[in-house]
Design a protein around this ligand. Sequence first.
Ligand SMILES: [Zn+2]
Ligand SMILES: [Zn+2]
Length: 294
Amino acid sequence: MEQRELSPHVTRWAGPNGGRVPFGNPLTVTAGTTTVLLDSGLQIDAPPADLLLLSHFHEDHTVDAAARATSVAIHQRDAPVLASWESFRGAGGLPEGEWEADFRREYGWNPMPDIGTFGDDAVFDVGGGVRVTVVPLPGHTAGHCGFLIEPDGVFYIADVDLSTFGPMYSDVGSSLADTRATLAAVTEVGAEVIASYHHKGPYFEREEFLADLASHAAALDAREGRLLDLLATGSRSAEELTGRGIIYRVETAPWYAGPVELAMLRLHLDELVERGAAAGPEDDGRYRLAGSAG
Ligand SMILES: [Zn+2]
Ligand SMILES: [Zn+2]
C-alpha cells in the first residue's frame, strides 16, 4: 500500500489495483492535529480522521464510514439515500436478492440517518489557514461534488474519473445534462494538482488532465452515435437497445451491465427526443429517428 504527498497538507492513499472499481484512492487533508478524509475506500491505510467528507453516496466511497472518522458529512442532495438500506437500494434501481448481505458486509455498509450535510457553498476550515471548499459536480449522482483544498491548490474531482470508458449516470438521481455541465465545470477551477478517486491521475500537468478529460467526455458523443446508428436501422425500445454495445462492449460487459445500461440509455433517449433528433416512445415503447417512419 503506498501513500503519496500531493502537496504540503494533502496525501493520496492508494487503494489496490490502482484504484480501479471497486477500489479507490481517498485523500487526507491534515493541518496541525486535524485530519479530514475525503472519501473512504476498500483496504485503505489512511489514519482515523476527525471528519470524513463524502463526494457522493456510492458504496466504494463510503466503506466503513462511521468507523473512519468522528463525524461524517455528505451533500444534502445525496444524504437521504444513505438514511436506510431501502433508500440506497432504490437509488441504484437494484432488485432485492441474496447479494444484499454480502454487499453490505463487503463494503461495511450501514445506514447513516444522522449523517451531517452540507450545501453547494460549504467551506470547511481545517485550521492553520487550510480549508476545503465544496465544488458541486452533479450528474453522476445529484449530490456528487468535488473538493478544492487551499492554499495547496489541490482539486479532488472524485468520480469524474477521467476513464476512457466515460461517465456513469445510471442512478435515480443521475442527469445527463448535469454530467455534461460538470465536464465543463471541472476546467473552470484553478488548481495546481487534480486528483480523481479511481485509476487516473493524479495530474500535475494541466495538459495531461485536459487530454484525459477530453477522451473521457468523448465517450458521450460516441455512445450517442452508436445509439443513433442503431435507431437508423429501425425503431427500438430502450430495452431492445440494451446489450447492443452502446455503453458496454458486448464481449466484456460486467454482470451488472444490463440495468445500468438501460438507465443510461433512457437518459440519452430523453435528450434526443428533447432535441428533436428522435421521437418516442410509441405505445409499444419504441423510439425512432426523427423524420423516419420507423
Ligand atoms: Zn460513484
Ligand atoms: Zn467510485
